[in-house]
Write a protein of this length. Sequence first.
Length: 186
Amino acid sequence: MQQLSFAPVTPLNTEGSVLLTLKNSITKDPQGSMSNWNSSDENPCSWNGITCKDQTVISISIPKRNLYGSLPSSLGSLSQLRHVNFRNNNLFGNLPLKLFEAQGLQSLVLYGNSLSGSLPNEIGKLRYLQTLDLSQNHFNGSLPVSIVQCKRLRALVLSHNNFTGVLPDGFGSNLLSLEKIDLSFN
């Protein structure tokens, strides 16, 4: 009788599970950008668009892939997440408030989507944020006062939205690192 042996199945780590919630929130992925994202991997560091440092997810970058769907709130639980880039896709809905719990976030690039709603006050939690590009979406309302707490902000690109109102108090005096600002077509 032949003896069968099986390799033990190692469960996907927590970060991988979080990323699978992102994959599940994308209802169309016509280019198969997330085709190698699956629960049979122990670690998501080899997945398309994912960059890791010391086996921890630090970047999600899947630009220009015609992804259709929304951003899940679970992304905020990626504690070492530094960079998010989903530019030129078909993402819709509001920015999830829990996204701003990834307090080490340095760049959030979501231009060229169909995201809407207001920029949440929680933006002020992102003390390390250097680049915020939400241009060419459907955001509205005024900029939250808390944005002046993003003192490392170098590029603020919010053009081609529906923002209204005046710049918050302290905008010029607190954002001293700001090198690029584009608020046109609002």
